[in-house]
Design a protein around this ligand. Structure first.
Ligand code: PLP
Length: 391
């Protein structure tokens, strides 16, 4: 068998359940797809036009590995305002989406056998980002009953001499949870006390409903040990352009830039011009998008909480509703596949996000309201057909 030549760690990686569900749905007609976490909005026309103009003017060459100088400067100013601390251009690296920041960060940090603690449920790609450099992902289970907020005491008990990193994601995919400030404070203290590096995945930072977004990187002692991963994908409806960025302390970024350099040379020059246009241009379309996500999440949550046998927390951020289906007599995979077969609705089984996600399904509110309503009607009909799980 030739595939034995493939590294065991790579062979062991599964394909993305999220993609698999979407591929399963591709052959069916009339599907309402609440699967993929991708904004349905196109990149605003003005952003695309500006990028194309720049391309026509010759911005089609390699750019420095760190990124297009104007984009890096614009991001340094934006991040400094957002965090209230000065983040200079030399501490920023442009990456191929948030995915690029996660993989470059972990490839830079992990020695084989190093442990990375990740509150679970978590974004499934983390498994691969940790596994590829030889690390071990150690889940930190969270519970519906606690609003999926990680417990600092449990975190402390999970730390071993091999723990190098804590990987946080707030606002969270798939739960929509935002880590409250007081919990963030305690996690920061634990990170400092145990000399951990924190990777803070903040790709949904602009999609918070209610309280303003807070970053763990602003806590005392954290600037020198936090790698913040962010992206233009969700904030600016730019998933296909593949532009993200990360920032952190100088000792780390000087090496992250080498990893990005040797793996990609640089991120697409035209994509970076689009990101610059998005940051410098009119912010109205992005504010509208954010508002649309908030009202869609509200619509879905309001429907779910009135359905018999289902419940969900009202999301504080991102654009997902994580629905508890434990009262029904189906596990999350059976729920998602039967829902697709019988009612043509795609949702993602919660177990794809780790064992603590079993008993839940994720709904991505990335369709306009009339389609979401249709999806909810079908979900209600489907769920109504299943009895409660025997006590
Ligand atoms: N992090 C989280 C939590 C995500 O949900 C995603 C995408 O869904 C990403 C990172 C990566 O996004 P991108 O690479 O498009 O920036």
């Amino acid at each position: 068998m030739m595939d034995e030549k493939v590294r065991q760690r790579i062979r062991e990686l599964g394909y993305s359940v999220i993609r698999e569900m979407s591929e399963r749905a591709a052959d069916l007609d009339g599907v309402v797809s609440l699967g993929i976490g991708e904004p349905d909005f196109h990149t605003p026309e003005e952003v695309t036009r500006q990028a194309m103009e720049d391309a026509l003017k010759g911005r089609t060459h390699y750019v420095p590995a760190r990124g297009d100088a104007e984009l890096v400067q614009a991001l340094a100013e934006r991040v400094s305002v957002q965090t209230g601390t000065r983040v200079g251009p030399d501490r920023i690296v442009i990456t191929p989406g948030g995915m690029g920041g996660l993989s470059a960060g972990l490839l830079t940090l992990l020695e084989p056998g190093d442990e990375v603690i990740v509150p679970e449920p978590f974004f499934p790609s983390y498994r691969a980002h940790v596994a590829m450099p030889g690390g071990t992902l150690v889940p930190l289970p969270t519970r519906y009953e606690d609003g999926f907020v990680p417990d600092p005491r449990a975190l402390e008990q999970t730390i071993t001499p091999r723990t190098k990193c804590l990987l946080l994601n707030s606002p969270n995919n798939p739960t929509g949870m935002v880590i409250p400030g007081r919990i963030m404070d305690r996690m920061a203290e634990i990170a400092v006390r145990n000399d951990l590096v924190v990777i803070s995945d903040e790709v949904y930072d602009q999609l918070v409903f209610g309280a303003p977004f807070e970053s763990i990187s602003t806590r005392p002692g954290m600037a020198e040990r936090t790698l913040v991963v962010n992206s233009c994908s969700k904030t600016f409806a730019m998933t296909g352009w593949r532009v993200g960025y990360c920032y952190g302390p100088q000792w780390l970024m000087d090496h992250v830039v080498k990893v990005v350099n040797y793996s990609t040379t640089c991120v697409s020059s035209v994509g970076q011009r689009a990101a610059l246009a998005a940051i410098q241009g009119d912010q109205t379309p992005f504010r509208r998008m954010r508002d649309a996500f908030e009202s869609r999440v509200e619509l879905v949550w309001n429907r779910i909480r009135k359905m018999k046998g289902l419940r969900a927390h009202r999301p504080s951020g991102a654009f997902y509703v994580f629905v508890d289906v434990r009262e029904l007599s189906l596990d999350s995979t059976a729920y998602a596949t039967s829902l697709l077969d019988e009612e043509r609705v795609v949702v993602i089984p919660g177990v794809a996000f780790g064992q603590s996600g079993e008993g839940f399904v994720r709904i991505a509110c990335t369709l306009e309201e009339s389609l979401l309503t249709q999806g909810m009607d079908r979900l209600e009909r489907f769920s109504g057909r299943f009895g409660r799980r025997p006590a």
